[in-house]
Ligand binder design. Structure first.
Ligand SMILES: *Cc1c(COP(=O)(O)O)cnc(C)c1O
Length: 407
């Protein structure tokens, strides 16, 4: 069905057949020409598609791009331009939007970490750019300091440069760990509460010793303010995923930060090919798609979206609670994946079903549904990746399976 906006767009571009008087919109718009997709590639390939009640998970292909993003990608695909020029111009706009000195679209938050650190290590020295990831004998720094609780798998993005991670726990540890080999102090927002040092202190420690600081906020919008909060706080660079809640291309993200770092990071990026970042290519379509996704996300009515998430969560909650022995609660993770998160749990004496079995039943059902994590007698559900109306299907299917298990 055509949205009102699209209809208006089609009307103004003259592609819709006439017969409308004085701008009055017809009540039924279903007769408008809708181009049916010629091929259903998922079907053709036998790839299972599903309703995503789990979240913005990489292995479930992240999020669905908004129509505006798809439009940007489609239009972008029809012209040539210089890769550097489009990065320059989009980067300047993005920097304004996120209150940083500079920015660049990367192939995700992970590559943003690699490229940001690479830029710090080499500066604008092309010989050094070519030398990475081999640091020995080059005069480049070799160590990144990170709190133990923040040292997760994604730090491989940092060690890809040849650097090693030095774990610390206290501010005193940081002071001791800093030496002439220290390139960067890295922070992981989603685990901020698990470490002993919080953001401001981390930045202050870096400033005191003249060491750049970085932060990974990959999955940590909403709230939208996080896009500029850490740039304003003084982190030297910040990385975020484009293909999670922002609903840009899954293979895009943002590297934001100090001008000198971003300029140097660019030397490690395509079209240049003498560097560790050549395989982290972002095409012009993704660059434009990311730009539009960011713009749309910033301008979105976040209050309205939040209300919709709450309503849809409540709908599922009230449906499944009618099954005797079922309990629900909603919590909002404060640091990342910040969205109402429903936990549906049950009394194992009343319902003979494990979380895994329920997950599997929903997966195998028609339509297939993926839910979040499961435990012995609970599952998790989020609604932020649902298409309008899917909350009803999710509510009905979960209730059905729970009812079947009642003894
Ligand atoms: C998702 C994620 C990443 C990787 O982000 P991409 O945009 O997929 O490269 C890095 N760090 C954290 C904490 C993440 O959640």
């Amino acid at each position: 069905m055509l949205s009102r906006r699209k209809l208006i767009k089609r009307l103004s571009s003259g592609t819709l057949v006439g017969g409308l008087v004085g701008g009055a919109l017809p009540i039924t718009v279903t007769a408008a020409p809708t181009a049916a997709p010629k091929r259903d590639l998922f079907k053709e390939l036998g790839v299972r598609t599903f309703i995503n009640a789990a979240g913005t998970l990489t292995y479930m292909t992240g999020s669905l791009m908004h129509d505006e993003v798809l439009e940007a990608i489609q239009n972008g695909a029809k012209e040539f331009c210089l890769l550097d020029e489009i990065q320059d111009k989009v980067g300047a706009k993005i920097a304004q939007m996120v209150h940083s000195e500079a920015a660049v679209v990367t192939s995700g938050a992970f590559s943003g970490m690699t490229l940001g650190l690479a830029g710090i290590l080499t500066g604008m020295d092309l010989k050094k750019v070519e030398q990475l990831p081999h640091l020995t004998g080059t005069g480049m720094k070799t160590e990144v300091i990170c709190q133990k609780a923040h040292d997760i798998v994604y730090n491989h993005a940092l060690t890809n440069t040849g650097c090693k991670i030095i774990q610390v726990e206290t501010a005193e540890d940081v002071e001791k760990a800093i030496n002439e080999k220290t390139a960067l102090m890295h922070f992981l927002h989603i685990e901020a509460d698990k470490g002993k040092i919080m953001h401001e202190e981390w930045v202050a420690l870096g400033k005191k010793h003249n060491i750049p600081t970085s932060i990974d906020i990959a999955a940590d919008v909403p709230p939208v303010e996080n896009l500029w909060r850490f740039n304003e706080m003084g982190f030297s660079f910040v990385v975020v995923s484009g293909g999670k809640a922002m609903r840009g291309p899954q293979s895009a993200g943002l590297l934001m930060g100090k001008k000198d770092i971003i300029s140097a990071a660019r030397l490690h990026m395509p079209p240049r090919g003498f560097n560790i970042g050549r395989g982290m290519k972002v095409n012009k379509e993704e660059i434009l798609g990311m730009y539009v996704a960011l713009e749309r996300f910033i301008n979105e009515d976040h209050g309205k979206v939040w209300k919709m998430w709450e309503d849809n969560t409540a709908h599922i909650e009230s449906a499944v609670k009618t099954v005797s022995g079922v309990k629900t609660d909603v919590h909002v993770p404060p640091l990342g994946n910040h969205t109402p998160t429903l936990r549906i749990s049950w009394d194992p004496d009343k319902l003979h079903l494990t979380g895994k079995e329920l997950q599997e039943a929903l997966r195998k059902g028609d339509p297939s549904i993926e839910v979040g994590g499961s435990g012995p007698s609970h599952i998790g559900v989020t609604v932020w990746m649902l298409k309008p109306g899917q909350e009803k299907i999710v509510a009905r299917r979960i209730k059905e399976e729970l009812s079947k298990a009642a003894v």
